[in-house]
Design a protein around this ligand. Structure first.
Ligand SMILES: Cc1cc2nc3c(=O)[nH]c(=O)nc-3n(C[C@H](O)[C@H](O)[C@H](O)COP(=O)(O)OP(=O)(O)OC[C@H]3O[C@@H](n4cnc5c(N)ncnc54)[C@H](O)[C@@H]3O)c2cc1C
Length: 413
């Protein structure tokens, strides 16, 4: 038999899914190798609950090894070079040659791009930063909290709004809500513009109902940490007592150096097959760029949001296509641009939106009323995702499938 090696770099949402799916679809003669630099996986949607103290750090991280199907080879190492000509990946441990490569490196955070930001800001965008933020919130007894989206694009377009609402809820529970002013600044013209005006208006109303001031069209230029001042492009400076940033995002230098990226530093792929310009090289998740019909201005294409729900769906498509090719079948699976978002609003409630992002002439959105079921759905997904691989096919799995069916959520688990 002509055995194949599939190397996946990045063992986050997309990488773990593609590795597990491939392992289930391919006989064991074929190797599935997952390269991940961290020994533990932290589930990013739970950072918001870690911030408010509703999760302990050890409840939202798991060893990568516990999350993979038996037979997936995990190499704990940092990938340092992609050598396309020789079909190899160089890592800090050893080099690997591949027949197929899946790049699932996610997006890097680059706070240093904005002068003063690193020294001044806290964040709920990484595990370590969120632990620090939780502690700082506990010591904060009043003043102005500025939640700032520094630049576009950023992962999970709902997260800054969820974060602001959960912070409001946190101070309400501590009896300090009237002593804390919460402001959300963003370069965008409305919340989540890619999802259209209807969703933007709904999110604005959710923020207003929590007493959060929303400031669109604010692009952060620098932070004066001495004076605690935010300096924006063409807007008045503002002061803050606590700064919480969604830092600038960028693609990994690894893919820039391999000449895989566009000018913005993301990997362009075929939106249906997730193939790059190299036939045996796929890319999925936050590192890719997929244009969608625009909303912001009629003639401007915007990118598909960077979200786990898309990384997950794309991983399944790529696994199916590679497995089909190896089995000598014509691959037919295609990514269709559909996804959903559960927006945490605090008080055990969440909103829900389902989007068809490839719909013409612009994405089609369905909104559901805010409710407890969406919050519980998010918790159930978290528990399923973080359970050891063997347990996934159990009661939790059945509950998630049934829940998704009852709530009419298009989830594949
Ligand atoms: C606060 C927050 C809340 C969120 N909430 C949601 C939500 O509710 N719903 C949703 O759909 N999405 C949500 N997201 C977004 C979601 O987490 C990401 O979109 C998703 O994780 C992207 O998956 P990925 O596989 O592309 O990248 P990641 O999951 O980021 O994985 C990338 C992996 O690559 C590894 N890596 C990087 N460089 C190297 C290297 N050189 N060598 C080896 N390994 C490397 C990293 O360690 C990481 O494990 C949220 C994100 C945040 C920050």
């Amino acid at each position: 038999m002509n055995t194949k090696t599939i190397v996946i770099i990045g063992g986050g949402v997309g990488g773990l899914t593609v590795a597990n799916e491939l392992r289930s679809k391919l006989p064991h003669e074929h190797r599935v190798v997952l390269v991940e630099k961290n020994p533990n996986h932290a589930f990013a949607p739970s950072f918001l609950w870690l911030m408010t103290g509703h999760r302990q750090p050890n409840k939202i991280t798991k060893p990568v090894l516990s999350l993979v199907r038996p037979g997936v080879e995990v190499l704990q190492a940092e990938a340092t070079t992609i050598d396309i000509a020789n079909r190899s990946v160089i890592t800090t441990q050893r080099s690997l040659t591949y027949d197929y490569l899946v790049v699932a490196l996610g997006a890097e955070l680059a706070p240093e791009i904005i002068p003063g930001l690193s020294q001044a800001a806290l964040s709920f965008y990484t595990f370590e930063e969120t632990k620090r933020l939780h502690q700082a919130l506990g010591e904060f007894n009043g003043g102005k909290v500025a939640v700032v989206v520094c630049s576009l694009p950023y992962k999970c377009p709902g997260a800054p709004h969820e974060g602001a609402m959960l912070i409001a809820d946190y101070f309400r529970q501590r009896g300090l809500r009237d002593k804390v002013n919460i402001h959300l600044y963003t370069p965008e013209p409305q919340p989540m513009p890619v999802a259209g005006p209807q969703l933007g208006e709904a999110v604005k109303q959710m923020l207003a109902s929590k007493g959060i001031s929303f400031h669109p069209l604010h692009t952060l230029k620098s932070v004066d940490s001495q004076e605690r001042r935010l300096l924006f492009d063409q807007q008045e400076p503002v002061t803050y007592n606590m700064l919480i940033a969604i830092p600038p995002h960028r693609g990994s230098s690894l893919v820039r150096e391999a000449n895989l990226t566009n000018e913005a530093g993301w990997i362009p792929v075929d939106r249906s097959t997730l193939k790059t310009k190299f036939g045996n090289l796929y890319a999925i998740g936050d590192i890719i760029s997929i244009g969608i019909p625009g909303r912001w201005k009629p003639d401007v294409s915007m990118m598909l949001p960077k979200a786990g729900v898309f990384a997950h769906a794309q991983a399944e498509i790529v696994a199916e296509r590679i497995a089909d090719e190896i089995h000598g079948r014509t691959p037919t699976a295609e990514f269709c641009g559909k996804g959903y978002c559960m927006l945490e609003a605090g008080e055990g409630l969440a909103g829900f939106a389902f989007g068809d992002f490839f719909a013409e002439p612009s994405p089609r959105l369905e909104l559901r009323n805010i409710g407890r079921a969406w919050h519980l759905g998010k918790v159930l997904f978290e528990q399923w995702w973080l359970s050891p691989f063997g347990i996934r096919k159990s009661v939790l799995h059945t509950a998630l499938r049934l829940g998704a069916k009852v709530l009419k959520i298009p989830v594949t688990v």
